[in-house]
Design a binder for this molecule. Structure first.
Ligand SMILES: [Zn+2]
Length: 273
């Protein structure tokens, strides 16, 4: 059994602030330790369920947050920036299941460190009218390769938010968001146990690949109108309002790639001050 783990960081138990998950943050070392613990718990759960090959795709920030030698199960590690398939880079049809680890809520959802790919440009995204976070968008790639998404870990919001796009996904809530910058966390050992058991159970049970209705429409709302203008430079993207664009297509991978192109493109308009 071959398992793909897409790793974000904001959803890890113990993390509630950017300073804990951005490389120059004053508490990044702590965040990284907490992250490694949860990634390894997911790997151990997968191995317990029969996984023989594991690929860990680092999908957070500069996407090189993990010390490769610290990964359990001799997992292969995909790291670094400018990956065409971003949080789903390295997935192909040979994988049996996917785990989303350390995921966070969508920008429009009241979860800890909520955002949708770019917190300084994108204020909301829907697929076929339903609010989606990163899990639902990434599910387009899983749908293309027909690989089921077995489990997701993060706060109490990530599971329900992923469910419309990832049929049968197991939600592992390792913390409860109080505000965008506060959460009640399970103890790291408890969180790891929940992930280990949750991933193993989900893989043993099995789930179906995503079946997002095609043709699908992605609607994106931006922080400022100039970002929406720039998004229309991408083929098939149409303006629907001052700060909104829409994109319809019948191929999940093309839709995902267009969305990622918009993410990369609108970054040039983000004010960094
Ligand atoms: Zn992240």
């Amino acid at each position: 059994m071959k398992i793909y783990v897409s790793v974000d960081m904001e959803g890890v138990a113990g993390i509630a602030d950017w300073a804990q998950c951005i490389a120059d943050g004053d508490d990044y070392a702590l965040g990284r330790d907490l992250l490694v613990g949860e990634v390894n718990a997911a790997i151990e759960g997968a191995v317990a369920a029969g996984a023989t090959q594991i690929l860990v795709n680092d999908a957070h920030s500069a996407m090189r947050n993990l010390p490769p030698a610290a990964l359990a199960g001799r997992a292969a590690y995909l790291s670094g920036r400018f990956k065409p398939w971003y949080m789903m880079e390295g997935l192909d049809a040979s994988f049996d299941a996917i785990v989303f680890l350390g995921y966070h809520a969508a920008m429009a959802t009241p979860g800890v460190l909520s955002h949708t790919y770019n917190p300084r440009a994108i204020t909301n995204v829907t697929i076929n009218g339903t609010v989606t976070g990163e899990a639902g968008l990434n599910a387009l790639v899983a749908q293309h390769f027909r690989v089921p998404i077995a489990a997701i870990s993060g706060d109490q919001h990530v599971g329900p938010e992923a469910a419309p796009f990832c049929p049968g996904i197991a939600a592992i809530a390792v913390k409860t968001s109080i505000s965008r910058y506060a959460a009640r966390h399970e103890h790291p050992e408890t969180a790891r146990e929940m992930i280990r058991d949750g991933v193993a159970d989900a893989l043993r049970r099995g789930t179906e690949p995503p079946t997002i209705t095609m043709p699908a429409t992605i609607e994106i709302e931006f922080l400022s109108p100039d970002m929406a203008t720039q998004a229309t430079w991408i083929r098939h993207v149409t303006r629907t309002g001052a700060r909104t664009v829409s994109l319809t297509g019948d191929d999940p991978m093309s839709l995902f790639q267009a969305f990622i192109s918009i993410v990369y493109l609108t970054r040039s308009l983000v004010e960094t001050r």
